[in-house]
Design a protein around this ligand. Structure first.
Ligand code: RB5
Length: 150
């Protein structure tokens, strides 16, 4: 799968681990940085990953900051991006299956590498379930995004 990934300084170390794991497992990874541990601003990275998905360069995105919260807030400002912080495999899988989540946010100061790897695997191996109730809810979310911005 084509996966876009990025982190700020709070997620830098975990991102390095995840990029290595993803490449080892055969994914095509676009690593938007950060490439050094110096302080950065998470919205800049959320924008890069979100744009990659919007433009079709990547099917899924992974964003890592200290908590995952800032990244998810920023990514969700972008049209068509459905991001959530998940630190367990159930949410990572169900977020895709029921909610068509396309960006996983992680907290590099919250979750350990071994669990993060399992969460990422759950996220990437899941597919949206094209059932009526999930489609109807997704369409309501899309309506909110397109028509109810005020
Ligand atoms: C950086 O110190 C931290 O605020 C950031 O990585 C993130 O946790 C924000 O949500």
């Amino acid at each position: 799968m084509h996966v876009a990934i990025a982190a700020d300084h709070g997620g830098f170390e975990l991102k390095q681990q995840l990029v290595a794991m993803l490449r080892q497992e055969g994914h095509q990874v676009i690593d938007f940085g950060t490439h050094a541990p110096e302080r950065t601003d998470y919205p800049d990275y959320a924008l890069l990953v979100g744009r990659a998905i919007q433009q079709g360069q990547a099917e899924r995105g992974i964003l890592i900051c200290g908590s995952g919260v800032g990244m998810s807030i920023a990514a969700n400002k972008l049209r068509g991006i459905r991001a959530a912080v998940c630190h367990d495999t159930y949410s990572a899988r169900q977020g895709v299956e029921h909610d068509d989540m396309n960006v996983l946010a992680l907290g590099g100061r919250v979750i350990g590498t071994a669990l993060a790897i399992e969460v990422v695997r759950a996220f990437l191996s899941a597919q949206f379930l094209n059932r009526d109730q999930y489609l109807a809810r997704l369409q309501k979310v899309q309506h909110m995004e397109q028509e109810l911005k005020e």
